[in-house]
Design a binder for this molecule. Structure first.
Ligand code: GTQ
Ligand code: FE2
Length: 352
């Protein structure tokens, strides 16, 4: 190129920029990558680090109107400066001291809680008091009022999962404060939603009809545990029921339509027999896992972590995950899979 041509070209680019125009041919290579190149990194958080820090937040920071929740987000180091665990998902540890309460609000973001240890908090979802106990999954689908209250003399911590980053990216966030006083201080054994929707295979005729999110707000550990136990027992009896040898899994589903319990977040519990080495899997979309019990070595792309009860790790999009169970392992997983499926962007590879 002659000097004159070069000068002309530079002037042309300057003029394009002046008009707010950007040619495709000067863009970075990652504009349309050959395969996903996630900024999020495989990352591990240990429960042994998280819990004492949450307890200190409990000593130092009050919970109430404005701050709303004493929740500490797991920030992915590949997404610096943002409280995002993955590009689509927020995961936080939330802590409530004895007799504390977190005020009512509702938002378009969808939410759940998973309890790795402890009990004693009730979450009121649209006025229905839902007990939170070890191993339970509790739902707060978008635009339902919710508040949490600890009725005991013991603190409690759990993890929250929400689609805060996705909703932010989509400019779809709406939020409303609820009343300042607790809607109910009841502490029923079973919530109204469980009494109506919690009998296996039976839906109330008066409430039938498709709905995007599950009307059942609590999925109890005794049911999850029994379902996984039966899958592995059936496998032992020669009636294949597991996703692969030694690896049972259940998905939390919406009893009204059989789809994911939450419209935009997949939730599952996986059980691996001790010694099981699960085949490497990669999927488009990101997920977060929390070990519920047992221990394992997990390989996420280039990283390898030894994990035990309460530890959380991130699997970024299209990064292969391999699980090698040291002991019998139960691991809770949540991911943004339903979003990718709804958009026709889902893809899966079972051989790394
Ligand atoms: O418990 O309502 O971790 O609204 C983040 C936002 C928890 C909640 C979080 C929330 C909540
Ligand atoms: Fe909330």
């Amino acid at each position: 190129m002659t000097d004159l041509q070069e000068t002309t070209l530079e002037a042309f680019y300057a003029e394009l920029a002046h008009h707010g125009l950007m040619p495709l041919w000067t863009q970075r290579d990652d504009l349309m990558p050959m395969s996903p190149e996630p900024a999020a990194r495989p990352t591990l958080w240990r429960w042994a680090d998280l819990y004492p820090l949450a307890r200190r937040a409990g000593e130092l920071v009050p919970v109430g109107r404005g701050g709303e929740r004493r929740a500490i987000a797991l920030g992915n180091p590949g997404i610096p400066g943002q409280p995002y665990t993955t590009p689509t998902l927020w995961c936080a540890i939330q802590y409530l001291g004895p007799h504390e309460q977190a005020p009512a609000h509702r938002h378009s973001q969808t939410a759940f809680r998973f309890v790795v240890e402890g009990s004693g908090v009730w979450t009121n979802v649209d006025g229905d008091a839902v007990a939170m106990r070890k191993g339970d999954l509790l739902l707060t689908p978008g635009w339902h009022f919710h508040e949490h209250h600890n009725t005991t003399d013991q603190p409690m911590a759990w993890i929250d999962g929400l689609d805060i980053p996705l909703v932010s990216k989509l400019d779809a966030g709406f939020f409303e404060f609820g009343p300042d006083e607790l809607g109910t201080t009841e502490t029923p054994e079973r919530s109204r939603s469980e009494r109506l929707w919690g009998s296996p295979g039976l839906s109330p005729v008066a409430a039938l009809g498709d709905r995007p999110n599950s009307p059942l707000m609590a999925y109890r550990w005794e049911h999850t545990d029994a379902a996984l136990t039966e899958q592995l027992a059936l496998e032992s009896e020669g009636a294949a029921a597991t996703v692969e040898p030694g690896h049972a899994a259940v998905r939390y589903t919406n009893p009204a339509n059989g789809r994911d319990a939450l419209h935009r977040i997949r939730t599952e519990m996986h059980r691996y027999r001790a010694g099981t080495s699960a085949r490497p899997v990669r999927t488009v979309g990101s997920s977060v896992w929390q070990v519920f019990s047992g221990s394992a070595a997990v390989t996420i792309g280039e990283r390898r972590f030894e994990v035990a009860t309460g530890d959380l790790f991130v699997v970024p999009s299209w990064v292969p995950l391999t699980v090698e169970a040291a002991d019998d392992l139960d691991a809770f997983r949540f991911g943004d899979d339903p979003v990718y499926e709804a958009l026709g962007l889902d893809r899966r590879s079972e051989n790394g």
